[in-house]
Design a protein around this ligand. Structure first.
Ligand SMILES: [Zn+2]
Ligand SMILES: [Zn+2]
Length: 399
């Protein structure tokens, strides 16, 4: 294979030859934001783009999900297999404030560039493009993993827009609960002794969580909101509900958090003689394990493509269903800059940034970086071994 600098320039050149296709893909998805499992336009647009690039029709629906797909390119038989993840769901009320229009664009660009080079250099192996819906909520990847989508895949990669190009710092596991307390209504002044106060149970749960917070390590986060707190002050609330997100970088602490939270709900029940109904508001996601070997390659290649990569100042605090993928096989979730301004994720500023020519160009560079990592993996057995070893050490470690 060519040396990295030359190879990356070549990959970026291959990608840029199809710039009109990427512009159309990214901007049309940005203009038609769709929520979890309703990404019919975005999914169709990607299938159409793959057809224009002469790929055979992908498997769609895939894993029993209408808006998921799987596309493959294989050269020779029995070689290594590398996966790329495309995301394309939007946020309620905010459109593409997480820039997933750029994630699928970078993924398709990488898939295309890898195929071109595999053909040209007769590289043995397989590259799989996964269309993964519903990342923001409802865990498309968690459902796909349960259907064994990563069986016989050796490693997986994706990139995400951000306010800077930065290495993968991991992400927190998350568990989301809706808790509804059921009590008994009664006149709050005339017959208080006949009531059971569901709002008190919610307040006691918040107090218990707040007290526990002091004993939580920094890797954990709990945050909640009150959803329903009663109808009127003169009626003892017979129903009150809240929603909590429990997060941890450390899977073991996630288990502790989960158990303590359920104990606190039970405690609030006992103290108020109410009954609690606790339901998962969403699928839990696991914490993400960044592969160090891929991370270092990402840094090297993003530097060579002048993307100004930076090292993270600390562990990542968000959550993603890619965490579940990263615990199955070696994985990387790198970040490219969609803007040079300090825009937060899930903001109007980030949404507007994710439609600019600058953001598209950085996404395409990130696509070339992914392609280079994949080609190195397919052609270098030592590199595959190193990535695998790091994965095994990380998964066997304290996390
Ligand atoms: Zn997001
Ligand atoms: Zn996102």
């Amino acid at each position: 294979m060519k040396e990295p600098g030359e190879s990356l320039k070549d990959l970026y050149g291959i990608v840029c030859e199809k710039k009109n296709l990427w512009e159309d893909l990214s901007s049309s998805i940005w203009s038609n934001p769709e929520l979890a499992y309703h990404e019919h336009f975005a999914c169709g647009k990607q299938l159409e783009t793959l057809a224009k690039l002469s790929f055979p029709p992908p498997v769609n629906p895939y894993c029993d999900l209408e808006t998921a797909y799987r596309a493959e390119y294989e050269n020779g038989k029995g070689g290594p297999v590398f996966g790329i993840c495309a995301e394309y769901d939007a946020l309620p009320g905010l459109g593409h404030g997480c820039g997933h229009n750029l994630i699928c664009t970078a993924a398709l660009a990488a898939f295309y560039a890898v195929r071109e080079r595999m053909k040209k250099e007769n590289i043995t192996g397989k590259v799989v493009l996964f269309g993964t819906p519903a990342e923001e909520s409802y865990g498309g990847k968690v459902k796909m993993l349960a259907k064994n989508c990563l069986d016989n895949v050796d490693a997986v990669i994706m990139v995400h827009p951000s306010a800077r190009c930065v290495l993968d710092a991991g992400s927190t596991a998350i568990c989301r609960y809706d808790v509804t307390f059921h009590g008994k209504a009664s006149h709050a002044a005339a017959a208080p002794e006949l009531g059971l106060n569901a709002l008190d149970a919610v307040l006691l749960l918040f107090n218990a969580v707040n007290a526990f917070r002091q004993q939580m390590p920094d890797c954990c986060r709990i945050h909640g909101i009150v959803k329903e707190g009663g109808e009127a002050p003169n009626i003892i609330p017979d129903k009150a509900s809240c929603r909590f997100f429990l997060r941890s970088l450390d899977q073991k602490w996630m288990d502790v958090l989960d158990k303590r939270f359920h104990d606190m709900v039970h405690g609030a029940e006992l103290m108020t003689a109410t009954k609690a109904e606790t339901v998962l508001f969403n699928l839990p996601y696991k914490s993400r394990l960044p592969n160090k070997v891929f991370n270092e390659s990402f840094f090297e290649y993003a530097s060579l493509l002048e993307m100004n990569p930076q090292r993270p100042s600390g562990p990542g605090k968000g959550s993603s269903d890619f965490g579940d993928f990263s615990r199955k096989i070696p994985a990387l979730h790198g970040y490219f800059a969609a803007t040079n301004s300090p825009a937060a994720g899930h903001s109007v500023e980030m949404r507007e940034a994710c439609r600019t020519p600058f953001a598209l160009d950085q996404a395409l560079r990130a696509g070339a970086v992914m392609a280079q990592i994949i080609l190195k993996f397919l052609t270098d057995p030592g590199y595959r071994e190193e990535a695998r070893k790091d994965f095994e050490a990380e998964t066997a470690g304290s996390l």
